[in-house]
Design a protein around this ligand. Sequence first.
Ligand SMILES: Nc1ncnc2c1ncn2[C@@H]1O[C@H](COP(=O)(O)OP(=O)(O)OP(=O)(O)O)[C@@H](O)[C@H]1O
Ligand SMILES: [Mg+2]
Length: 247
Amino acid sequence: MSIDAANAVSDDPFERLLAQYTEMARLAGALAHEIKNPLSTIRLNMELLAEDLEELQSPTQHRALRRVEVMKRECQRLQDLLDEFLNFAKVRRLNLQPTDLNAEINDILDFFAPEAQAAGVEIVRYLDADLPRVLLDSESFRSALINLLLNAKQAMPEGGQLVVRTIATADTVILHLIDSGVGIDDHTAAHMFEAFYSTKPGGSGLGLPITAKIIEAHGGRIHVQSDVGHGTQFTIELPIPARLGGR
Ligand SMILES: Nc1ncnc2c1ncn2[C@@H]1O[C@H](COP(=O)(O)OP(=O)(O)OP(=O)(O)O)[C@@H](O)[C@H]1O
Ligand SMILES: [Mg+2]
């Protein structure tokens, strides 16, 4: 099974659909903004109410306090979801700089290492020493990679191995992330790049669509191959610009 994130929108007949999608995304972004403001007011009032209730001691007030805490948590979850959604919907200009991808990866993996270790995930790095530089927006590439690392970790609840490999071809730099996790069935593979598709309780389903959008904004491609029960390989291909040594 092999799925390419770009396939869904790259064909010409979809151009009009794409324009409609962009407009929908703009409207959804505006709607998310509208919801965020009253939501933070609700949360603030909830906090004030909790403070008042904390001062009182009767069992009824304790119960009310617990309910307020639940509502506060749900408000926070909605706020986080809206933030992620806005992050997804916003069209940001990338600040592309010639970058050593290996150095960037090492940095991100060092940051992720304690979390991986706590989850029993061994990270193995095979980084091609002769990698030409690529144009990267460090900040957004970082969030793309973190999304993939978190997914890999979550796919290995009993721990496992994550191989991170870089290879150069004549005109692209390739990054493989290979986990030994639960794998991806065909239905999930067909939908996982869609916004809000998640198989996890509490998952927003925005991690992969954000990641794909970031990679595509770099002129790159992302695709996935998986073997259910054995693991998953994500592949990211980034172009090597001619002035940095590409063809
Ligand atoms: N490495 C992986 N192994 C197995 N399944 C995966 C992997 N990566 C992604 N998936 C599947 O793709 C789905 C969508 O992933 P995505 O990152 O978009 O959302 P999520 O992880 O469910 O939620 P969020 O990223 O917001 O926490 C996941 O719910 C999971 O089923
Ligand atoms: Mg995710």
